[in-house]
Design a binder for this molecule. Sequence first.
Ligand code: FAD
Length: 180
Amino acid sequence: MTGVKVTGVDADGVQLSDGRRLTTATLVWTAGARAHPLAATLPGEHDRLGRLAVDACLRAPGAPGVFVTGDVARAAADEFGHDALMSCQHALSLGRVAGYNAAAELLGLPLHAYRQPKYVTCLDLGPWGAVFTEGWDRKVQLRGADAKALKRDINTKWIYPPTDRATAFELGAPDHVIVA
Ligand SMILES: Cc1cc2nc3c(=O)[nH]c(=O)nc-3n(C[C@H](O)[C@H](O)[C@H](O)COP(=O)(O)OP(=O)(O)OC[C@H]3O[C@@H](n4cnc5c(N)ncnc54)[C@H](O)[C@@H]3O)c2cc1C
């Protein structure tokens, strides 16, 4: 369908901008993602996704005292030219480092440089199972039921913050590595 946009999605279907409605239980989203428009209000270099280029400590170069993190930050993940992606995997580590650095700067402590050389993917392919890859060249390490079990752990455990204070502080350390 051309010349028409999706204006709403709910459990039973998709609403279109011309008033039509498609009834469906399944939706495949392929539109990609863009940084929140708030990122555009900060001075500096923005990439094609609207993310602000930050320095190694996740500071906004043109806005002193501002740290940028998660989906709105274009941050180098390693020294080989890989940038953090708009993903939970990167947002978790970026958040740790930005939060730590915001506090460290206020306290006059050394800042922590963000670095996340390890990159993995875990793609759920439905009842067949999933595929887990490691590295930027996406080498398959697990497939089928084994990868699916890992995907379930990610979606039901890993992405949720801990509820107790001690574990939260432990996992909030800026150099904490989720996947070794
Ligand atoms: C449908 C979908 C599926 C995804 N699936 C995956 C996946 O399988 N694996 C993966 O790795 N990543 C996935 N992602 C990407 C992942 O969710 C994001 O990369 C990650 O959530 C980014 O974290 P963040 O903290 O930067 O931003 P968010 O999680 O978007 O958090 C930003 C928060 O800021 C709040 N906010 C916005 N504006 C303001 C304001 N003006 N004032 C105060 N608060 C504000 C928002 O309400 C939100 O709570 C998916 C994203 C989408 C949309």
